[in-house]
Design a protein around this ligand. Structure first.
Ligand code: PEP
Ligand code: CO
Length: 458
């Protein structure tokens, strides 16, 4: 299969800028190209946000997940906003992912890879290039790294300075996350970090609290037994990811490092390719094929088995375990039809991939009053279907991808607290896609843990 791919592509040497000779979808049109060049030159001199050994460590962990020995939990905002780059919001994102991962460890009996959609998730693909209100058409909002959400010509003009602001905020975010982890935020001996805050009264709180207490007790027991402190217990790994959409920005972060071959994108551990920018001959695939990071490829209902096998060949020609994660997002109504032929084709081609279910992006709907939302039960049903289909096709569900927040927003419908259509306007904050709130996320983790339990009867 990979030979077909070689001939299908114009081929040629890869370099961090070779994508520039291909059609690049979803790129902003900057009115001042000289200003963009100045910013990119600055960006390419600034120090990296992550290191190649962290990236390689993540790739090894993803390779374990491919063999069924770990499980990937990827989650965060659809799009980060500059305004939310503050301590409370960052800590609550970290907390919800840590708490969910604890629940998943308990349920799946596997180590969990925690991958935040943060510290760089500032650029968004849009289905239309312009937005029109009252007869006025302006360029669409494309994320805080590109333009502003307000509806004036000034707000919507792409501004290259925002690339620097995004880079700095990514650095501030990752710095705070590293400090929190270093300072013991994930230490199970500190139950105050693990409490459920405002969801303490929810239907599933007792189950979770019991889990934290049991783990705390086992830990104290082990420490009594060994007569020492389990020093490494609070040292959890945390990785960052974002959609590698803005190619000039990604290129500016693509570096070679001493003592290693290859090129690394050092702005994040795990960049992914969006469903709208995965054209085989397009610029995004050209850029991604040459970097050494583990990468994600989002796949929606329009992909064919032939295209997927060709993409897997181009993006992972050496078939390196951990390199390629397929993040499928079909929606509960289409997964039964779309997923099986893809899994069969990948298996037949002998391609090593990690299957990760994004149950969010295929289940978006608009209410009668025009609010974009998602239903808790559909999200859960897509996860259940993914788990079953992958198993039936001789593969396994290796990870999940959520849009969520640690805050008490009302953006998705349902869950134990029963968010209704009328509730949606109460605290609807997202500028783009609706996210599971804290309580819905915890509930989803508890239900997913049951789904992944080795004791579960099929
Ligand atoms: C997203 O993850 O926010 C997104 C745009 O997804 P997709 O590329 O799958 O549409
Ligand atoms: Co989204």
């Amino acid at each position: 299969m990979s030979t077909t791919v070689q001939t299908a592509l114009p081929g040629g040497e890869w370099s961090p800028s070779s994508w520039q000779s291909r059609p690049a979808a979803q790129q902003p049109d900057y009115p001042d190209p000289a200003a963009l060049r100045r910013v990119l030159a600055q960006l390419s001199r600034l120090p990296p946000l992550v290191t190649s050994w962290e990236i390689e460590n993540l790739k090894r962990q993803l390779a374990d997940a491919t063999r069924g020995e770990r499980f990937l939990l990827q989650g965060g905002d659809c799009s980060e906003s500059f305004a939310d780059c503050e301590s409370g919001a960052i800590a609550s994102k970290l907390k919800i992912l840590l708490q969910m991962s604890l629940v998943l460890v308990q349920g799946s009996k596997k180590r969990i890879i925690r991958l935040g959609r943060f510290a760089g998730q500032y650029a968004k693909p849009r289905s239309v290039n312009t937005e029109t209100h009252d007869g006025i058409s302006l360029p669409s909002y494309r994320g805080d790294m590109i333009n502003h959400a307000g509806f004036t010509a000034e707000d919507r003009r792409p501004d290259p300075e925002l690339l620097l602001r995004a880079y700095e905020r990514s650095a501030l975010t990752i710095n705070f996350i590293r400090s929190l982890i270093e300072g013991g935020f994930a230490d199970l001996r500190h139950p105050e970090y693990w409490d459920l805050g405002f969801v303490a009264g929810s239907a599933h709180a007792a189950e979770y609290t019991r889990m934290v207490e049991t783990i705390g007790e086992s830990l104290r027991f082990m420490e009594t037994l060994t007569g020492g402190v389990l020093a490494d217990i609070n040292r959890v790994d945390f990785f960052t990811s974002h959609e590698g959409l803005h190619l000039a920005y990604e290129q500016a972060q693509t570096r070679q490092v001493p003592h290693r071959t290859g090129w690394y994108n050092l702005s994040t551990h795990f960049p992914w390719i969006g469903d709208r920018t995965r054209a085989l001959e397009g610029a995004h695939i050209e850029y991604f094929r040459g970097i050494a990071n583990p990468i994600g490829l989002k796949i929606g209902p329009s992909i064919t088995p032939e295209q997927l096998v060709a993409l897997a060949g181009v993006l992972n020609p050496q078939n390196e375990p951990g390199r390629l994660t397929l993040i499928h997002r079909f929606g509960v109504d289409r997964i039964e039809r779309c997923l099986p032929p893809l899994v069969t084709a990948i298996n037949r081609a002998g391609r090593c991939v990690l299957w990760c279910c994004d149950p969010m992006h295929g289940n978006t709907e608009t209410t009668r009053s025009g609010i974009k939302t998602r239903r808790f039960e559909k999200i859960l049903q897509e996860l259940e279907a993914a788990c079953r289909i992958l198993q039936d096709c001789g593969a396994h569900l290796g990870g999940v991808h959520f849009e969520l927040t640690g805050d008490n927003v009302t953006e998705c419908l349902g869950g134990a607290s029963g968010v209704t259509e009328a509730d949606l306007t109460r605290d609807y904050r997202t500028a783009l896609d609706p996210r599971l709130n804290y309580e819905q996320s915890m509930e989803m983790a508890l239900l997913l843990a049951r789904l992944l339990s080795p004791r579960r009867k099929p």
